[in-house]
Design a binder for this molecule. Structure first.
Ligand SMILES: [Zn+2]
Length: 95
């Protein structure tokens, strides 16, 4: 299941909360990009683009509807739409 992923809690949510449950800000419907770890390849992340979500205007908390969580689960069971490489910068350690 999704419990180890960095998704908002997959509650049985059918509408966005009118106010953010974290900070009380207003929640606006948007399209967001979700990222979460790939268990089989821990150095990679998986990215889902264009996911509809309610986003808090103040703190950025994301709320997904239950039907969207179900669709995301369906999507990630299939091969990705495209592969992209990710650029990484390593912050040098000072000895
Ligand atoms: Zn908030």
């Amino acid at each position: 299941m999704m419990s180890d992923m960095e998704f908002p809690p997959p509650e049985k949510r059918e509408t966005y909360p009118p106010d953010c449950t974290v900070c009380g800000g207003s929640v606006t419907p948007k399209r967001v990009t979700l990222t979460y770890p790939n268990k089989e390849a821990p150095t990679q992340v998986r990215v889902i683009d264009g996911v509809p979500a309610g986003v808090c205007d103040q703190c950025g908390e994301k709320y997904l509807l239950h039907e969207v969580v179900v669709e995301v689960e369906r999507l990630i069971a299939a091969p990705p739409t495209r592969q992209e490489t990710v650029s990484v910068w390593e912050y040098a350690e000072t000895a």
